[in-house]
Design a protein around this ligand. Structure first.
Ligand code: TXA
Ligand code: MG
Length: 324
């Protein structure tokens, strides 16, 4: 493959072209409000296999399937429980992935052999337009090589996968900047959160639900989102409580301002302390600091509350463990 074609999400002609490519079995990176996804026709097992190959992703890690509307989800997944429909009414389009029973139309390669499939309707209008243009639901993991930082711009996708995929649709910087929250419906009023993300637990509780923590940190790659070291930078990353001004190091401050003389570079994700802004800047700032090739990236994290829980989850998985 010679390299991905760059398409523009604001051009109707380009959206149509991307839709045709996807319908024909191509692998195309698409913008969503969370992170860029590496999309293929979810009903075409050969196209889906190409996504795993391009990402060098192990085939036992399931993909999320994206639809243009909730109506399209229920039409293809009629066995979805009532709570799935309630969650969809409240949080779609948006950063929530709900596990529902897998219909025949979604091949087992998508779910890595599981009988539940993760479905979501993305909030980015260009993502929904692309799905509608393809005329099929799109299976899409984050558009990065396995284990690397998720991309939140088209340029970041190109850097990692430009030579391995058919096209990249540029829809601008992702506004949420963190992946979707993945939930399993346990009963009529309980969800299990398998991956914290753009919809905080507090928002799930606000509609009267009980939230069970299903996040597991695994040493072996059963599900990469659950891997101990994932979302990784090349530069070693350390979580620190306070700046120690190490020479040759960078400091990343998630929320608020920190006076830190001695560091080569200091980046404050949201000096005003707005976690939505910190989340939107997280991956792109980590990429920029990683590219500076310093000795370490020290990080002062935030409280794991609200969106902060997903931010801390990603940072802990990116961090080097210094135990033993
Ligand atoms: O925001 C997002 O979710 C982005 C955009 C592109 O939609 N997608 C994304 O996909 O982050 P990915 O593949 O990088 O992460 C999906 C996570 C994985 O940790 C996977 O194990 C879990 O969701 N997952 C997906 N389907 C599942 C299933 N059937 N059962 C259990 N976990 C599942
Ligand atoms: Mg991912």
């Amino acid at each position: 493959m010679t390299g991905a074609v760059l398409l523009d999400a604001s051009s109707a002609t380009d959206l149509e072209r991307a839709g045709r490519l996807l319908a024909g079995g191509a692998v195309v990176a698409i913008p969503t409000e969370t992170v860029y996804g590496l999309a293929a026709d979810a009903t075409n097992p050969i196209a889906v296999a190409r996504v795993f190959e391009a990402k060098r992703r192990p085939s036992f890690d399931p993909l999320i399937v994206h639809f243009a509307s909730a109506g399209d989800v229920w039409a293809m997944c009629p066995l979805a429980p009532p709570l799935a429909r309630r969650l969809a009414e409240r949080f779609w389009p948006g950063p929530l992935t709900i596990l529902v029973p897998r219909p025949e139309a979604i091949p087992l390669v998508v779910t890595a052999g599981l009988e539940l499939v993760g479905v979501r309707v993305p909030g980015h209008p260009a993502a929904r337009a692309l799905i509608a243009s393809a005329g099929v639901p799109l299976a899409a993991p984050s558009a990065n090589l396995f284990g690397a930082l998720s991309p939140t711009t088209a340029a970041a996708v190109f850097e990692g996968l430009g030579s391995r995929i058919d096209a990249v649709v540029d829809g601008g910087a992702c506004t949420v900047g963190l992946e979707s929250t993945v939930v399993r419906v346990v009963d009529d009023s309980t969800v299990e959160v398998l991956r914290p993300g753009g919809v905080p637990n507090e928002a799930l509780r606000a509609i009267g639900l009980d939230v069970v923590d299903g996040v597991r940190v695994l040493e072996r790659p059963l599900a990469p989102g659950q891997l101990a070291r994932h979302y990784a930078t090349h530069t070693p990353l350390r979580l620190v409580a306070a700046p120690d001004g190490r020479r040759g190091a960078a400091l990343l401050v998630v929320s608020g301002r920190v006076d830190a003389p001695g560091y080569e570079r200091v980046v404050e994700l949201s000096p005003e302390g707005d976690l939505r802004i910190a989340a939107a800047n997280l991956f792109i700032s980590l990429r920029a600091l990683d590219a500076a090739r310093l000795d370490t990236i020290d990080v002062i994290a935030c409280e794991p509350v609200g969106l902060g829980a997903a931010i801390v989850d990603r940072l802990s998985r990116a961090a080097v463990r210094e135990e033993l």
